[in-house]
Design a protein around this ligand. Structure first.
Ligand code: A3P
Length: 331
């Protein structure tokens, strides 16, 4: 749709003709360039897209909501600030000389990788990040097609994480239900129709997936399930991708422990704090942290329905989520 925003002014005018839906209880969603946004986020997305200027050294964590990005908001800063990788020589000579990087007692991982749209450009549509020292660690839920051009064109790295959509839906339902009240079946229908913040989920995933195939040195595509089953292997892979290979076994193990669900969930700050930007309690970012929790919430019919959508949407892309549909064979 034309002129849905005016980038010359400092505040973005939302075109009143954009498709609208009230869903997930009382959330007002607007559709722009193929994706749905909660109304308060859209102007910030437009501002971030127009004004953000990426640097080659930036690291951008991109994800759909509730795919496990909080885990990476902890892991990525640890990799960047690790002694051996930050030293650049990887030999770990000075490993015991400095104090270990561990900001989690005082900070929720959200603080360590600020969000472009829901935080920075929502607070100030003309935010100037030029004073932020490199490497800037930032995160976004923006779909690939909407990303600021400088993120796509510069040499900055993008780390993308995805997850089985059934677990994403269940996680999202619990998360949003800490602030709203929406029956599961209603939320499920909206999710399946792609109406949720930064949805449709599958289009979001496919945008980054396809680009990661074309430019694997630019986009690292991770899956929550693989991070759960092999955290040390995935952390090593991520560190190498970021140009900060971790060579010491002890250091990788310690990093994985520092960022573990069990540890972070039980820290005082995460048990009692509240995100000042979005108003969600910090504990709502650490619910159960499991693969397959959908089994406790979705009926067989719901499972089949969402798996079918996933299968259809991902067909031919080379990407699979754990959504095998059993077709009964002859006995
Ligand atoms: P559940 O709701 O299934 O428990 P996001 O971080 O993208 O908002 O996603 C939130 C999901 O990631 C939640 O899933 C949360 O429990 C899980 N999560 C957060 N931190 C984690 C960690 N350190 N390890 C594993 N899972 C984590």
């Amino acid at each position: 749709m034309e002129s849905s925003s005016s980038s010359s002014s400092s505040t973005f005018q939302i075109d009143a003709r954009l498709p609208k839906e009230i869903s997930w209880g009382t959330i007002e969603f607007l559709q722009w360039e193929g994706f749905w946004y909660a109304k308060p986020h859209l102007a910030a997305v437009m501002a971030a897209r127009s004004h953000f200027k990426a640097r080659d050294e930036d690291v951008i964590l991109a994800s759909s909501m509730k795919t496990g990005s909080t885990w990476l908001k902890a892991i990525i800063p640890c990799i960047i600030n690790s002694k051996t990788s930050a030293a650049g020589d990887g030999n770990g000579d000075n490993i015991d000389e400095e104090e270990d990087y561990d900001p989690f007692v005082e900070h929720h991982p959200n603080d360590l990788m600020p969000a472009l749209e829901t935080q920075i450009f929502r607070q100030d549509p003309n935010a100037d990040l030029s004073g932020m020292p490199s490497p800037r660690l930032l995160r976004t839920h923006m779909p690939y097609s909407i990303l600021p051009e400088s993120i796509k064109d510069s040499a900055c790295k993008i780390v993308y994480i995805t997850r089985d959509p059934k677990d994403v839906f269940v996680s999202l339902w619990h998360f949003l239900n800490t602030r709203i009240s929406c029956p599961l079946h209603e939320a499920f229908e909206s999710f399946c129709n792609g109406v949720h913040p930064f949805g449709p989920f599958h289009d979001h995933v496919l945008g980054y997936w396809k680009e990661s195939l074309k430019r694997p040195e630019k986009i690292l595509f991770l899956k929550y399930e693989e991070l759960k089953s092999d955290p040390t292997g995935q952390v090593r892979k991520l560190a190498s991708f970021l140009g900060r290979p971790l060579v010491q076994v002890d250091e990788v193990d310690k990093l994985v422990w520092k960022c573990s669900f069990e540890r972070l969930k039980n820290l005082e700050i995460n048990r009692t704090g509240v995100d000042p930007h979005l108003g969600f309690t910090y504990k709502s970012y650490f619910r159960v942290g499991l693969v397959g929790d959908w089994k406790n919430h979705l009926s067989a019919e719901m499972r089949k329905h969402l798996d079918k959508i996933t299968q259809t949407k991902l067909e031919g892309s080379g990407l699979s989520h754990s959504c095998k549909i059993k077709i009964p064979g002859p006995r």
